[in-house]
Design a binder for this molecule. Sequence first.
Ligand code: AMP
Length: 326
Amino acid sequence: MNITAMQAIFDKIKAYDKILIFRHKLPDGDAIGSTKGLREILRLSFPEKEIYLNNCDSSDYLDFLGGEDEPQPDEFYANALGIVIDTATAKRISNPRYTLCREIVKIDHHIPIESYGTTEWVEEERSSACEMIVQFYAAFRDELKLSREAATYLYTGMVTDSGRFRYREVSGETLRLAGLLLDQGIDADRIYAHLYMKDVSSMRLQAWALSHIKFTEHGVAYLYITRAVQEKYGLSFESASAAVSYMDSIKDSLIWLAFIENTDGTIRVRLRSRFVTVSEIAECYGGGGHACAAGATVNCRKEMNRLIADADRKLGEYKETNEGWL
Ligand code: AMP
């Protein structure tokens, strides 16, 4: 725990009357949960401050957590502290106007690629950015307030980004901090209902996907979901992107990849793995993330095939030099 960085951020928060909170594009539960959770904690603790979330996109899947605040004018930004959470690189920040803020704080748990804040707190071994926000609350709990609403946002981000507390970054501290949220009386049953219940089009995509998974020589599993397939199954880009999870338990396939075609012809890549590091592959294509969950965007099928070949090579090397994987 980096208490010096946390203290520096708390001092900044206290020094500003106006605060804007940002996250990454294509938000997931952690990006939404951490930003909304921090906003609630700060609003409760400092009712005299003006604190808003101003991001430019949303997630249908997570709309049960609610939307963004009213967009603020440039003058508000000029006097505000900007806090960017869960975002490793400046180009992934959902709202490009974040640069108008007087100072920028970065709070993140991804492998650091770029520094863009005037004050930064990055701990890549944390299972989620929400965990960091709960840690922040716990460190200054004499001065901060937590509500059931804030705990609901933060718990949603913790469970989604840690694979329901399964990933290797989950520590004893993760569970202690999650316990602190459960103590607020949150309705975890309801959160899980929102996270697990799917519409029929997603189930049909799953049926299609299971018979269209391809495998490389060394066992990398991958799926390419073209615009035509997305249209055929009436899928949003977001629900098509969820297909990466259909490949997460294939024996021998320690790396699995989903390629989802964007409307502009570029292709979103979602890389996942057990044991093998895939973030370096994502970084070669301008992306990043965590050792076993990373993302990038490629421009064409040729680049997609190159990335598949890179992943295949990586998995081949891993299998040759390691024992004991399943
Ligand atoms: P995703 O497949 O989009 O869920 O991404 C997996 C992880 O990699 C998440 O932690 C993302 O924040 C991160 N990530 C995804 N795309 C990128 C990118 N283009 N650059 C840096 N990090 C990314």
